[in-house]
Structure formats: C-alpha cells, structure tokens
Design a protein around this ligand. Structure first.
Ligand SMILES: Cc1cc2nc3c(=O)[nH]c(=O)nc-3n(C[C@H](O)[C@H](O)[C@H](O)COP(=O)(O)OP(=O)(O)OC[C@H]3O[C@@H](n4cnc5c(N)ncnc54)[C@H](O)[C@@H]3O)c2cc1C
Length: 602
C-alpha cells in the first residue's frame, strides 16, 4: 500500500524563504495580521487531515467507485467519503480562504493552495467535491447578485452545500459556442432550463445537503456562438427566501461515466428538465462570469498534478531505497547485501529526480500564482492589483498545462521505478497514473491552454505581459549574476530569457501571415515558456539555499535543494532547444499531410 507524508518543510521553504508571503501580503489590509506561525500551524493541521482522513480512502474509493440509484437519481460516493467530508466541514476547512463577510476565515489563497496540494496528494477524487465548491463560491462572490450571495455564499463557505460547473454537452466541449441548453425567462424573474450536460464532476453525490450548479445556457433571443451564452445558478434543491431548502429542482443525474481514473469522483450526465435557475451576471455575458471559476479551476487542476507527483515521488523513493537489483556499475555499494538497492543506478535517480523537480518547481509556481491572486484581490495599490492580475493571466495556462504534462511524465517515471510492481494494483502507482491523465484534458485541454497562452496572453498584447515576467527574470539575473556559485543556474536562464523575445517575435510574425502557424507552434511554445518560469523559480530557490548555507546552515535540505536545481538545469531544462526547433519547424509538416492521413481535412 502507498504512503504519504505532507511535504511541510518544502512548503514552508517556498512560502516563507522563497516567496516571503507574510511580508508580501503585509500591505494588504485583509492579510496585514498574517504571521508565519499561523500559516505553519494551519498547514500542519491541514496536512494531518490530508494524510489521516483523505489518504486512507484513496485506494478504496478507486476500487469501489460511485453508484447511481436509477430509480431516485441519487448517487452514493464510495464508503467513507461522506464521513471524511463531514470531518472536513466540522474542521472548518471549506472556509479557510473565504470572505469573513460570509463566515469565512479570510486566510490568503496561498495558504489554501498549499492545503489543497496536500489534499490532492492524498485523494484527488475526494478533493474534487470540495474543490469545485470553491470555484463556484468565487464565481458567485465576483458576479452574483446580493440575493444570490446571501443565499448561497454562507453555505458554500461552511461546506454545507457543494458546487459544480456545468459547461460540457455531448456535442460541445472545447467549443462552448455550440452549446444548446435553453433558458426560458419566467414571469417571476427566474428561468427554466432545459438540456443535457455531460461529464459533470461531483454533479450528484451524498456528501452535502444541496448542490449548487453553475450552468451555461442560452436565452431565447441569444446571438449564436460564445456571445450568446449566459450563466445561471441552479440548485439541486430550490432555496427558500430564508435560506432553507425547498422542493427538489428538475436537475438530476441521468447516468455515471465509467472512466480511466478518479473513480471516487462522480462524473455525471446531468438532465435539466425545466430546472429553475437565476441569472448570474449579465445576459449573454455568461462566459466572462464563468471564467472566474474556470481560472480558479485551472490552477486547481495544476495543483492536482503537483499533488500526485509528490505522493508518487515519495513512494518511488522509498521503493528505490529498498529494492535490491544488480550491482552499481562502479562496484558494489551495499556489500553486505546480495545486490545493491536500485537507487544506486543513475537512471533510477533520473526518474526520481524528474518527479522531485517537477513537484518542487510546480509547488513554487502555484504558490506564486496564489500570491498574485491575493494581491490582485486585496492590495491597496491599483497598479499592483493590475500587474498581479496580468501576470496571473499569463501564468494560468502555464500552471494548468505545463504542470499537468509534467505531472503525467512524473507519475509514469515513478511507476517505472517499481518495474513490473508499478503495474500491479497493490502498490498504488497505477492509480496515480490513471488519476493524473484526466488533468491534461479537463478545464480546457492542454492544447487549448497553449493556444490561450500564445494567442491571447502573449501575441494579442505584443508580448507586453511576457515582458513583465521577463523583467522579473532580468532583475534576478542582475542580482544573482554577480554570484559565481549561481552561474550554473543563472547562465542557462539568462540564455533562454534572451532567446525568448526573438523566438516569440518570430512565431508572432509567422502567425500574422498564417494563423495556423500559431496553432502549429503553440504546444511546444507553452513548454518553453514553462521552462522559463521553472528556470526562474529554480534559480530563486537555489539562491535561497546558497544564502542559508553561507549563513552557516548545515541542514541537508538546502544541499538537497541545490542538487535538485542542478539536476533540473542539467537534465530537464535543455529540452527547450528541441522544443524551439519544433515550434519553428512551421505548419507545413502538420497540415500538408492529407495523403499521409488519408483524408481531405480542409
Ligand atoms: C472525468 C471528467 C470530468 C469532467 N468534469 C467536467 C465538469 O465538471 N464540468 C464540465 O463542464 N466539463 C467537465 N469535463 C469535460 C471536459 O472539460 C472536456 O472533456 C474538455 O474540455 C474537452 O472537451 P471534449 O471532451 O468535448 O473534447 P473536444 O472539444 O471534442 O476536443 C477533442 C480534441 O480536439 C482538440 N481540439 C479542439 N479544438 C481545438 C482547436 N481549436 N485547436 C486544436 N485542438 C483542438 C482538443 O484539444 C482535443 O484533443 C470533464 C471531463 C472528464 C473526462
């Protein structure tokens, strides 16, 4: 059976030593009183919850899955999920970073993000029930009417109710402009929604008293495409004006998907048969409102993969220390044993370090993104709020796609460390691989994230936001470039930073002449950008480790951090050269292929 220990030391390193979240948030009135001890105490307790309550249900939830009672349309989550959710609510965890005006504890998102990484390590399928609620909470908080906020936010904050996002329909996933669910206005100001949604995570379950669905649908006179989409809040049980539960609404689960992983999470086909809802935000502007939830969910999905990478790494490391096979090429290391532990073999270390580097780089990036969100929402300086929002918009597709691609690479490497035993269920590794695969698909596939990054976040503003990130990189290069011991980290970073401008301009120029060029370059482009971001954070982490060592620390943690950064720059970062060649190779090799594919695709 697998095991999991919350990575408290590394979380504290990232939050306090690298990012100085307490110092960074001092200027925000909402977080001025925050101190490191509080952050650490919350995360210690959160780690205990993840390891002791959520983790023991991971394998059993996977084996059992969810069950639908077709006569009542009720879904039962796996054994123990409901009790774990009750403990989560009783512990006050849903309220951690919610607004005190609605009963929240008002802690910054950066703390919640760290807590969620541990939950995702422990049990991704279970964590999706409360995780989606948080996105629904944020969307209603940003775009709901006062009445909607009054009715829904306190109960989403307490965890009494959970939330979902209902976008996908059988014929429309990526292209939401095709969606058909209808919303008919009623004389009382409500709407009746009719249609079918599929693949709705946590669409129906027995964990909470009510489920708050955020549903995209079309008004009768809506223009075609994405400009005609509106957002509605549709509760499973209607809500009376005093906030109590009313009668059952006409939205129900018509079937459960049988899927590759996250078996413990109910992926539901949802039928809306005249379900009553209220409009969120402006008519036909639903997609903009939903983006609050989608952006939160994109960071959340990146977080899922970092969580899985960490837990898979911990298990692979323990196995590699114990498993005896063959002798080291340079002579026996464990002479008293019949063979050496496989951790002596260079390639086993490569697999382990790949996972370690992807977990640690991802942790730094996600914490930074969450800190940007806190500043965007709470910083008193308008310019800081705007800069934070722009940087976060740039980094969100990277956090979603780069971290989930890395996550899948990493959990596969960790499975490989186990050899054939990794493929066998009892070690738990094959579940991590199955669970990690969905993260590259939902919340906008990774291809769509790449198109978003290159098209909307970079080229649409002539690389202005990318330059903002470039300035941070430049500042680090100037500060640390004088330190000889940093040169192994700073030099490759500086080289990529310099190449990035020309690379982006070149792709942008080609895309102007032929937009398909952007489609051909986007995926490798995002990976290059991901490495620029990881390179920046690994250099920052290495600088902190060197400072601690120079100040006399003998903590092996810092030497380990330097070794991980060294591995990252030596073995993972250099793929940027290949990726840039791929991105530059142009569209012809992809689209002039009708004969190769035997179709006339255009
Ligand atoms: C387990 C699970 C849980 C989910 N949870 C939810 C949920 O809670 N709520 C919800 O609304 N949805 C949910 N989804 C749906 C998910 O978000 C969609 O599956 C996803 O957005 C892709 O849509 P699709 O499956 O229709 O694929 P399609 O849109 O049909 O895409 C097929 C392929 O074409 C590619 N493609 C499409 N357009 C382009 C383009 N312009 N350029 C390049 N490539 C393109 C895609 O990248 C993909 O590889 C879930 C899905 C699963 C499997």
């Amino acid at each position: 059976m697998p095991h999991y220990t919350p990575p408290m030391r590394d979380l504290q390193f990232v939050l306090h030593e690298v990012l100085d979240v307490v110092g960074e948030l001092k200027a925000c009135p909402a977080h001025a009183e925050l101190d490191a001890d509080t952050v650490n105490a919350v995360l210690e307790e959160g780690g205990k919850f993840a390891a002791e309550v959520a983790f023991p249900l991971n394998a059993s939830g996977d084996a059992e899955g969810c069950t639908l009672d077709k006569s009542t349309h009720e879904v039962r989550a796996p054994k123990g999920f409901k009790e774990a959710y009750r403990a989560y609510v009783e512990g006050g965890w849903p309220a951690l970073s919610c607004d005190p005006a609605y009963g929240g504890q008002g802690l910054p998102f950066v703390v919640n993000s760290a807590f969620y990484e541990m939950l995702n390590s422990a049990n991704q399928a279970w964590t999706m029930y409360p995780g989606l609620s948080h996105g629904a909470y944020e969307c209603l908080h940003a775009h709901g009417t006062e009445e909607q906020k009054r009715l829904y936010l306190p109960r989403l904050t307490s965890g009494e109710w959970t939330g979902t996002m209902c976008l996908t329909e059988p014929h429309c996933g990526t292209d939401l402009g095709l969606l058909r669910t209808k919303a008919e206005p009623q004389p009382d100001g409500t709407y009746k929604l009719t249609g079918q949604k599929i693949f709705i995570s946590a669409g129906e379950h027995d964990l909470a008293a009510n489920i708050v669905h955020l549903v995209l649908a079309r008004l009768p006179d809506a223009p075609a495409g994405t400009k005609g989409i509106s957002l509605f809040v549709v509760p499973k049980f209607k809500v009376n004006p005093d906030g109590s539960l009313g009668e059952r609404n006409a939205i129900y689960c018509g079937g459960l998907e049988h899927k590759m992983g996250i078996h413990g999470n109910a992926t539901c086909q949802m039928i809306l048969d005249g379900a009553v809802g209220t409009l969120v935000g402006q008519p036909n502007k639903g997609l903009q409102a939903m983006f609050v939830m989608m952006n939160a969910a994109r960071l959340g999905v990146g977080n899922q993969s970092v969580g899985l990478t960490e837990v898979a790494f911990q298990n692979a490391l323990a196995y590699a220390r114990e498993r005896l096979q063959m002798r080291s090429l340079s002579g026996p290391k464990a002479k008293d044993k019949p063979a050496d532990p496989i951790i002596v073999h260079p390639d086993v270390r490569r697999m382990l370090l790949t996972a370690k580097a992807y977990a640690e780089g991802g942790r730094a990036l996600l914490s930074y993104c969450a800190l940007l969100l806190d500043k965007e929402l709470h910083h008193p300086d308008e310019q800081v709020r705007q800069d934070s929002a722009e940087l976060l918009a740039l980094l969100t597709p990277i956090a979603k796609a780069f971290l989930t691609d890395n996550g899948f690479i990493a959990v596969n490497e960790c499975l490989q460390v186990f050899g054939g035993h990794g493929y066998i269920r009892e070690w738990g590794m094959e579940q991590f691989v199955r669970d990690a695969r969905i993260n590259m698909i939902y919340e906008g596939t990774n291809t769509i994230q790449a198109l978003d990054l290159l098209g909307r976040k970079v080229l649409a503003n002539q690389g202005a936001t990318l330059k903002k990130f470039g300035k941070l990189v430049q500042q680090l290069i100037e500060e640390e470039g004088v330190n000889e011991r940093m040169s192994e980290f700073i030099n490759p970073l500086a080289q990529l930073a310099e190449q990035m401008t020309k690379f982006t301009t070149e792709i942008g120029f080609k895309a102007l002449q032929n937009p398909d060029e952007a489609g051909a370059a986007a995926v490798p482009y995002l990976r290059v950008a991901g490495h620029l971001v990881f390179g920046y954070f690994f250099a920052r982490m290495a600088a902190e480790a060197l400072k601690a060592i120079a100040a006399g620390s003998t903590d092996p943690f810092y030497r380990g951090k330097l070794q991980t950064a060294r591995f990252y720059f030596a073995r993972l970062f250099p793929e940027t050269a290949t990726l840039m060649r791929q991105a530059r190779s142009g569209v012809a090799a992809l689209l002039d292929t009708d004969e190769a594919l035997g179709v006339d695709a255009r």
